[in-house]
Structure formats: structure tokens, C-alpha cells
Ligand binder design. Structure first.
Ligand SMILES: NC(=O)c1ccc[n+]([C@@H]2O[C@H](COP(=O)([O-])OP(=O)(O)OC[C@H]3O[C@@H](n4cnc5c(N)ncnc54)[C@H](OP(=O)(O)O)[C@@H]3O)[C@@H](O)[C@H]2O)c1
Length: 287
């Protein structure tokens, strides 16, 4: 049986669908049982657990052949990242107590970076879970193409998208969540020893400019990318309600300056199958 956290979200849901399509038994780990009901109807075992509740996670992971661990995104963490430290402690304690056969942890590109930034949350959790004695894979995908869902309204209505990724002709390692989930489902069914890292991106790197031209093709109207001046980010993010925008700003700097990169660079990453156009087409249809 495969225990899947984050199953009501993008990646976790698609991981579960991949496993169910292969007739594999799935335990849906949800924080709200009502949201898990559709999964129960598909034949999944249903367990309630918050990602910070070691006791509930222990029950959720017990008896699992493999566990898929996804921590919810936190764009506005405390300066000392204590939320990620607490999640790491809960997860480690639950995995140690439940002793599933294997663990696949959804991490990120740049989890090995030494400069503090938003992705440091994954660095912290990788370090703590890396101390576990069972086989663990850290799956490190690039920037999700589905982040473009934030741009649909401005592309459609104004023909202008604001870009924090700069310069807009710089290729960025991106990947479709369908590829992330497909690879995660494959990894969950593999056997391996110790700790390993799998880095994943799309077939080719994507520039912000290409996102605009792809939207333009799909929407049948001109769309351009407009870089947001770096000096305005802090006040802009604060005006949007962020208490601590520095980690997010540093993450964007990391992509733009190139120090958020795969450990094995572009040559060392696995490549997905799903392209930008297919992802944007689906996002437009779902809007
Ligand atoms: N976006 C990117 O470019 C990118 C790139 C690399 C890695 N990542 C990583 O990918 C992960 C996000 O994946 P995603 O996009 O699939 O997420 P998502 O669609 O936002 O889904 C988040 C999932 O986490 C669950 N969740 C939220 N709070 C929880 C809690 N306290 N306890 C237990 N579960 C909780 C949600 O359940 P509910 O339905 O109950 O809310 C939902 O199932 C993050 O770890 C992020 O850092 C993202």
C-alpha cells in the first residue's frame, strides 16, 4: 500500500491517479476527511493527518510499502524557518515510528543551495529526513509550469504578464506537475538503498518571453512579459500581506542569478515529457 500526502493538491492527486491506474492500493492522507471522500469512492483507504501531527502521521504511514511526503507550500515563513523545522521533526518521528519500506519526499530544485531563501525550507527538511535509516528519495523538480495559473487573468484581460523571473529571455528550469507526479509514482514503486536525489525538469528550459508568446498563440491575442523592477519587490510583497518577503525575494534572485540550479546542472537532470503549451492549454480550459 502506498500512503500519499497532499492528495487533494496538484502533485499528490496526480501521484495517486498514476498508482490507481496501475491497480496499486492507495491510502489517502488528508487533513479534512470530507475532502478525502472522492478518494474513498475511488477505493482509497482514508486517514486524517496534519503534516505537523507526528501521532496522526505515524498511523497514516503504518504498514505502507512506500510513503509520498509532500509538505504544503509556505510563501511567508518566519525568519528562522521554525515552521519547516517543526514539520521536519514531526515527519522524522512519524517515519521512524511507522517504519514504511521507502519514502519519496517532494523537494525542490536548489535544495542544496547554501544561500538562505524560500527553498531553505526544503533544505532543512531534507537534512532532517536524510538522517533516517530507511531508503529515501529526494525528488527535486524545477519551477512548476502550473505557476503560470497566476498569469491567466492578466494575459487574457490585459495582454501583459508581470515577471519576477528576469531577464525575460533567460531560460528557467521548469517542469509540468504531470511529469513530477508520474516520476514520483514510478519512484515509489522502485527499490533502492539509502538516500538518493532525483532532479527533474521539462524537455527544454523555458524563458518568461516564451510563456508570453505561448499564451498569445493559445489566446489568439498579443501577450507580452513585463519585468517587475527588483527594487519594488519588497514593498509590493508587503502590500500583498507578506510579513517576511525576504526569503521569496532571495529565491527569485537565486533563479535569476543562477545559484538556484540542479546539483547535477541541466546535463544531470531527468527530463519530463509534457511541454509548456499543453500545460497552458489545460490551465486556460480550467479557468
Ligand atoms: N510551485 C513550484 O514551482 C514548486 C517547485 C518545486 C517544488 N514545489 C513544492 O511542491 C509542493 C507543493 O505541491 P502542490 O503544488 O501539489 O501543492 P498544492 O496543490 O498547493 O497542494 C497542497 C496540499 O497540501 C495539503 N495541505 C495543506 N496544509 C496541510 C497541512 N497542514 N497538513 C497536511 N496537508 C496539508 C493540501 O490539502 P488541503 O486540500 O486540505 O488544503 C493539499 O493537498 C511544495 O512542497 C512546494 O515547495 C513547488
Amino acid at each position: 500500500m502506498f500512503a500519499i500526502t497532499g492528495i487533494t493538491g496538484k502533485v499528490g492527486g496526480e501521484v495517486a491517479r498514476n498508482l490507481l491506474a496501475g491497480n496499486q492500493p492507495v491510502r489517502a492522507v488528508v487533513r479534512d476527511l470530507r475532502k478525502g471522500e472522492p478518494w474513498a469512492q475511488l477505493g482509497c483507504d482514508l486517514v486524517r493527518a496534519d503534516i505537523n501531527d507526528a501521532g496522526a502521521l505515524t498511523s497514516a504511514f503504518k504498514g505502507a510499502e512506500s510513503v509520498f511526503v509532500l509538505v504544503p507550500p509556505n510563501f511567508d515563513p518566519s525568519p528562522d524557518f521554525h515552521e519547516a523545522r517543526a514539520t521536519a521533526t514531526a515527519l522524522k518521528s512519524a517515519i521512524e515510528a511507522a517504519r514504511p519500506g521507502r519514502v519519496v519526499y517532494l523537494s525542490t530544485i536548489g535544495a542544496q543551495a547554501t544561500q538562505s531563501n524560500l527553498l531553505t525550507q526544503h533544505t532543512i527538511i531534507e537534512q532532517v529526513l536524510g538522517e533516517l535509516s530507511m531508503p529515501i528519495t529526494f525528488l527535486r523538480p524545477g519551477w512548476f509550469m502550473e505557476n503560470c495559473s497566476w498569469d491567466i487573468a492578466s494575459a487574457t484581460n490585459d495582454g501583459v504578464i508581470s515577471s519576477f523571473l528576469q531577464p525575460i529571455d533567460k531560460p528557467v528550469p521548469m517542469v509540468a506537475t504531470a511529469d513530477v507526479a508520474r516520476v514520483a509514482a514510478e519512484l515509489l514503486q522502485e527499490t533502492w538503498n539509502d538516500r538518493r536525489v532525483v532532479e527533474l525538469e521539462g524537455l527544454h528550459r523555458v524563458t518568461p518571453h516564451e510563456i508570453a508568446t505561448t499564451f498569445a498563440d493559445l489566446l489568439g491575442r498579443p501577450v507580452r512579459m513585463e519585468p517587475v523592477p527588483r527594487e519594488t519587490w519588497e514593498s509590493l510583497f508587503k502590500s500583498q500581506g507578506m510579513k517576511n518577503p525576504i526569503p521569496r525575494i532571495k529565491m527569485l534572485d537565486g533563479f535569476n542569478e543562477g545559484w538556484i540550479e540542479f546539483e547535477g546542472a541541466e546535463a544531470g537532470s531527468r527530463k519530463g515529457k509534457v511541454g509548456l503549451q499543453a500545460v497552458l492549454q489545460t490551465l486556460i480550459e480550467l479557468r
